[in-house]
Write a protein that binds this ligand. Structure first.
Ligand SMILES: Cc1cc2nc3c(=O)[nH]c(=O)nc-3n(C[C@H](O)[C@H](O)[C@H](O)COP(=O)(O)OP(=O)(O)OC[C@H]3O[C@@H](n4cnc5c(N)ncnc54)[C@H](O)[C@@H]3O)c2cc1C
Ligand SMILES: NC(=O)c1ccc[n+]([C@@H]2O[C@H](COP(=O)([O-])OP(=O)(O)OC[C@H]3O[C@@H](n4cnc5c(N)ncnc54)[C@H](O)[C@@H]3O)[C@@H](O)[C@H]2O)c1
Length: 467
């Protein structure tokens, strides 16, 4: 892994002050996007990163987890051969997955290529931890940068660790440990059944790990439609994952290499490893935002439609609390870059924010769930159709679990939300996202042709159910 100071290139001594156009604090996906755009536009930009340029997504999150999932899906598909295409004997081996994550995804957790990509655009890079020390002023490990145009905060998020007694004394895993493991452990307790917990639970289970998911809410993926959550829970159970919902952990110990998690009610669960996946928290507590009049204890940095958090301060990505997704960070990064450069364009619009949880079945969703739409006082109508009942689902057979659920605003006759779960749920989502984003009248959707026999024909069925 690159050490502190490596690749640093500001062309100045290590102390004193200097004036630049823009400082970007945090060079994850969001920060890297803004910094690169501004550098390409000819501004004098310094990008500051305490760890690795690229941030969480390529090194410890989206990319390595999706490599694990791809490999796990291959195993699952091979296990579906009997009864449909012959016989298979599947011997799972995590070694190629770990090697692929090390060699192809992360370059052994070295960001030289990403740093070069940024400096190649004309940006200057500084490795270190940045802190605001006043309006337009940033301290990076003792060196102060003063900005002419402003500062972009893109510091991302960190795992939120719940106050379970004993947890702070045991060597639990976060997503970082889970995606950099060299082998699949014999057993794993997963605390939290949101997207991180669900994706990693299933991936490891498919490599032979005995997995138990402990979720405090009454279902997995609580922010998704209950129908989709039930579908995923059923598949998990059928694959041997022990799913405990409505379960509250009240204590944890680590003895003789075994984690012992006690649940409310007295049950004790044991495993070789414990993954804590109970949400993320915006990284702004030690950023010095109090020096520009903002609250360091806030849940997230409040931004306007052009990503402005204060005068001369923009914020993008997880730190803004608009959904922790790479595509949100990049979208916001583009808006912030445009605003810094004074380029025209629309303000941020999250109505058609897409989300895909890459379990199998994948759960894709866009816009509002039925519950969220009702909470907003929308006159809601819903339509539901099952993938196995479609021609393609029936042909697909093994592994065909899925559904499409539509949430319509009956007064305006447009979709305000949709869920597409299934073998390619995330891909099928695209058409539904266009419908929500462009507010395509339901009448037009009903009179469209849907290619036969595709998975997305389930959308047509759901439209019929909508009435
Ligand atoms: C396991 C997992 C799987 C995920 N899968 C997906 C997925 O499939 N699809 C998807 O869209 N999203 C996914 N996400 C979410 C995605 O990773 C984040 O939304 C995305 O990384 C956010 O980008 P960001 O630029 O806001 O922050 P980050 O990527 O977190 O980058 C912030 C950077 O700022 C740096 N930093 C922080 N403070 C300072 C400071 N004071 N000085 C200097 N540097 C600092 C950090 O070191 C970090 O590199 C996943 C997340 C996890 C944990
Ligand atoms: N495919 C993707 O796009 C993808 C994948 C992974 C993560 N992410 C992003 O990362 C964010 C963080 O993911 P996450 O799954 O950690 O967060 P999350 O907040 O979505 O889910 C955390 C889950 O943990 C549960 N929980 C909280 N405290 C608990 C406790 N003490 N005991 C048991 N359960 C508890 C919550 O009820 C919730 O279901 C997501 O919101 C998502 O935006 C995206």
């Amino acid at each position: 892994m690159a050490g502190p100071g490596q690749h640093a290139d500001t062309g100045h001594a290590d102390t004193g002050t200097e004036t630049v156009d823009v400082v970007v604090v945090g060079m994850g996906v969001g920060g890297e996007h803004v910094a690169g755009r501004l550098a390409e536009a000819g501004l004098d930009v310094v990008g500051v990163e305490a760890e690795l340029v690229g941030g969480e997504c390529p090194y410890w999150a989206c990319v390595p987890s999706k490599m694990m999932i791809r490999a796990g899906n291959l195993l699952a598909e091979a296990r579906r051969v009997p009864g449909m295409a012959g016989r298979t004997e599947v011997t799972a081996d995590f070694t190629p997955v770990a090697a692929r994550i090390r060699d192809e995804a992360t370059d052994d957790w070295d960001d030289k290529a990403a740093v070069d990509r940024f400096t190649g655009k004309g940006g200057r890079f500084l490795r270190g931890r940045a802190r605001l020390v006043g309006p337009g002023r940033v301290d990076v490990d003792g060196r102060v940068l003063t900005t002419r145009r402003g500062v972009v905060l893109a510091t991302g998020s960190r795992p939120q660790i719940p106050p379970v007694p004993g947890l702070d004394e045991v060597p639990y895993w976060t997503n970082r440990d889970a995606v950099s493991a060299k082998e699949a452990p014999p057993s794993l307790l997963v605390l939290g059944g949101g997207p991180i917990g669900a994706e990693l639970a299933q991936a490891y289970a498919r490599f032979g790990t005995a997995v138990t998911v402990v979720e405090a809410a009454d279902r997995l993926l609580p922010s998704e439609e209950p129908e989709a959550a039930a579908l995923v829970a059923d598949v998990f159970r059928a694959e041997g994952v022990d799913v405990r919902t409505g379960a509250r952990a009240v204590g944890v110990r680590h003895e003789d290499g075994t984690f012992r998690l006690t649940l409310d009610g007295g049950a004790e669960l044991t495993a070789r490893h414990l993954l804590v996946a109970t949400g993320r928290r915006a990284a702004l507590s030690d950023l010095g935002v109090e020096h520009i009049g903002l609250d360091p204890g806030a849940k997230a940095l409040d931004v306007d439609g052009r990503m402005r958090a204060a005068d001369g301060v923009w914020a993008v990505g997880d730190v803004t609390g608009h959904g922790a997704f790479t595509h949100v960070a990049m979208y916001q990064g583009e808006l912030a870059a445009r605003d810094v450069l004074g380029e025209p364009g629309p303000d941020a619009d999250y109505r058609a924010l897409p989300r895909v949880t890459f379990t199998d079945p994948e759960v894709g969703s866009v816009g509002l769930t039925e519950h969220a739409a009702r909470e907003r006082g929308i006159t809601v109508r819903t339509g539901l159709a099952q993938v196995p009942s479609s021609t393609r689902g029936w042909i697909h057979k093994a592994g065909n679990e899925g559904l499409v659920k539509l949430v319509a605003d009956a007064d305006r006759d447009v979709l305000v939300g949709a869920t597409s779960a299934g073998p390619t749920g995330g891909e099928v989502l695209y058409g539904l996202q266009v419908a929500v984003h462009a507010e395509v009248p339901l009448e037009r959707l009903r009179h469209m042709m849907y290619a036969y026999p595709t998975f997305h024909r389930t959308v047509e069925q759901a439209l019929q159910d909508l009435g």
